[in-house]
Design a protein around this ligand. Structure first.
Ligand code: PAF
Length: 285
């Protein structure tokens, strides 16, 4: 049976009770609008742990001015149905004022890893993410937490945070789940018109070109970046970045290396999509 709790204290109690009964806790933090990508995180949590907790909270702190906080899809009833179907043990769905009461004034801020890529385009975004996830980790207590690698930089930052702050949390990055044509699943895909949905494949096309070239022996970050960038530039309305960086430091490698992260962020109309592939590690997208 899936229990739904609204208050932080209730969520903490549910996770404490599970551990008191010798069950390991698996945490799946989400902003709702659950899709197969989220469900794959739930399945991974079920494989690894005994008690699965899903959190559903559209975190206002991680949206900048002019971003899509107001229109971000809120589909709690169908999200809960999806969690019940998959036998999630507890869903924590707090109201904003129980996460951020009037006097709230604390921020968790991570260093270098937050600066490039998303950090350059969305300046306060990662402080919002690390602050809310630190709260969720503290409420859940010792656990294993699942994150999708579509938000590759987020996953790296949260692993760093847990390590640096000695949080008793195992942070797991799970593979990107894609549509049959390759488009990475995202709650934001539902904003796309039919013609934008077709043009969205420009990102996959770019990642595949880089992947194919890599498999044929091309390891120059600049060349791989240009190959990935071309279809994104021609199909999208605006490109925030197409980058070829070291998958651990997220900075540009000095020369050819054994693994390269190709990361993309670009806009179609009012929708911003991100995607990535780690060459030398991930399968062809
Ligand atoms: O990836 C997300 O959905 C969010 O950034 C997260 C980790 C749930 C924090 O709000």
């Amino acid at each position: 049976m899936t229990t739904v709790v609204r208050k932080p204290a209730g969520f903490r109690q549910a996770c404490d009770d599970a551990r008191a009964g010798s069950r390991t806790v698996g945490l799946v933090p989400t902003m709702g609008a659950l899709h197969e990508g989220h469900f794959s995180l739930i399945e991974e949590a079920k494989k690894r742990t005994d008690f699965v907790a899903v959190t559903i909270f559209v975190n206002p702190l991680q949206f900048g001015p002019g971003e899509d906080l107001d229109r971000y899809p809120r589909t709690l009833e169908s999200d809960l149905a999806g969690c019940r179907e998959r036998d999630v043990d507890v869903v924590f769905a707090p109201a904003p004022d129980s996460m951020y009461p009037a006097q709230f004034q604390t921020q968790v801020s991570i260093g270098e890893l937050t600066k490039p890529l998303e950090g350059e385009c969305r300046p306060a975004h990662f402080d919002g993410v690390t602050t809310v996830v630190a709260k969720l980790f503290n409420l859940a207590g010792p656990c294993t937490a699942m994150f999708g690698r579509k938000d590759y930089q987020q996953w790296k930052i949260l692993s760093r945070m847990a390590h640096d702050l000695d949080m008793p949390i195992g942070v797991v990055g799970c593979p990107i789940v894609r549509e049959p044509d390759g488009l990475a699943l995202s709650s934001r895909n539902r904003y796309l018109s039919a013609s934008e949905r077709k043009r969205a494949l420009g990102i996959v096309c770019g990642l595949r070109r880089a992947h194919d070239a890599w498999c044929e022996g091309e390891h120059s970050p600049d060349t791989l970046r240009s190959l990935a960038a071309e279809p994104v530039q021609s199909d999208f309305d605006r490109v925030d970045y197409v980058a070829a960086v070291d998958p651990d430091t997220l900075v540009k490698p000095a020369g050819p290396s054994s693994r390269v992260l190709i990361a993309v962020a670009a806009h179609l109309g009012t929708t911003r999509l991100i995607d990535n592939v780690v060459l030398g590690e991930d399968p062809r997208p």
